[in-house]
Design a protein around this ligand. Structure first.
Ligand code: 13P
Length: 279
């Protein structure tokens, strides 16, 4: 079934966090959904605006909906880290079931104003909204937040932002970094406890999942994270697999056969990660 983020949170209540995996190209999509189906867990397929434009909004949305309707699990299509209100309205009009407005680099009141506009539009279309407070460091599709500009989420800011905007989910900066594939993050659990205590029912979101150790993943799930994002690990593994399969190809080798090992690897990664997200 094709659903929004709130519906996935409700369905997964008491069962752990829902995995949100970044789609980087069309080819990896079926493996992602098949992995979640094998585990019988809901899945969030998330894209950057760049990936949506690369594949095309309509074919992407149609494919995710078709795979979702043909599966026995719930699937949400989420726009990740989008800084443009207009682009989010387009994604909502065309059929994304969830969106993230990222105004974290703006002054608080401007972030709130824009987030409210997105929430009002999204609610009218049965679409859920994630916002961000604080600044998660690292590189995401060429958008870099330098470590010295990254800032832990302040609980009082987060409370004010959630009260004002009524977002369904909130990305919090608690020590993780986007694109951290060479080392592991040091998570500030005291801050996570404080955020959880203050924010009540809003779904907390852990970004930068590639740089989180398996132990920390499990602890974050136990401590109440509702959505966990993993992107770079899928991209990195796909590149490694196609680098291994392409050099031996001739003009008569079907491209299909060259992509298959990479797609199978994507499935294995999602099986591993999504297993960690279960309570
Ligand atoms: P990684 O690419 O570091 O796994 O982070 C993904 C993410 O948080 C997407 O918003």
């Amino acid at each position: 079934m094709y659903k929004n983020l709130v519906e996935l949170f409700e369905e997964n209540e008491g069962k752990g966090a829902v995995g949100a995996f970044n789609l980087h190209c069309f080819e990896m999509l079926p493996s992602m959904i098949h992995a979640a189906e094998e585990l019988q867990v809901p899945i969030i397929i998330q894209t950057s605006l760049g990936t949506a434009e690369y594949i095309g909004f309509e074919p992407l949305i149609a494919a995710v909906k078709a795979l979702a309707e043909g599966s026995s699990i719930s699937v949400c299509l989420h726009m990740d880290h989008c800084k443009s209100v207009e682009a989010l309205k387009k994604a909502i009009d065309l059929g994304y079931s969830s969106v993230m407005y990222d105004g974290s680099s703006l002054p608080m009141e401007e972030n709130i104003k824009n987030t409210k506009e997105v929430v009002a539009y999204a609610r009218a279309h049965h679409v859920s909204v994630e916002g961000e407070i604080g600044a998660i460091g690292g590189a995401e599709e060429g958008v870099v937040v330098a470590q010295n500009e990254a800032a832990y989420t302040k609980p009082e800011d987060a409370l004010y932002y959630v009260d004002q905007t009524d977002v369904d989910a909130l990305a919090v900066a608690i020590g993780t970094t986007h694109g951290q594939y060479k080392s592991k993050a040091k998570i500030n659990y005291e801050l996570l406890d404080e955020l959880k205590a203050k924010l009540g029912s809003v779904g907390l979101v852990l970004h930068g999942g590639t740089g989180v150790s398996d132990e920390d993943m499990k602890r974050c799930v136990r401590e109440g994270m509702k959505k966990i994002n993993v992107g770079t690990e899928l991209n990195k593994s796909y590149i490694e697999e196609v680098n291994a399969s392409f050099p031996g190809a001739t003009p008569l080798t079907s491209l299909r056969k060259l992509f298959t090992p990479a797609n199978e690897h994507i499935k294995r990664i999602i099986l591993e990660k999504a297993s960690l997200f279960k309570l």
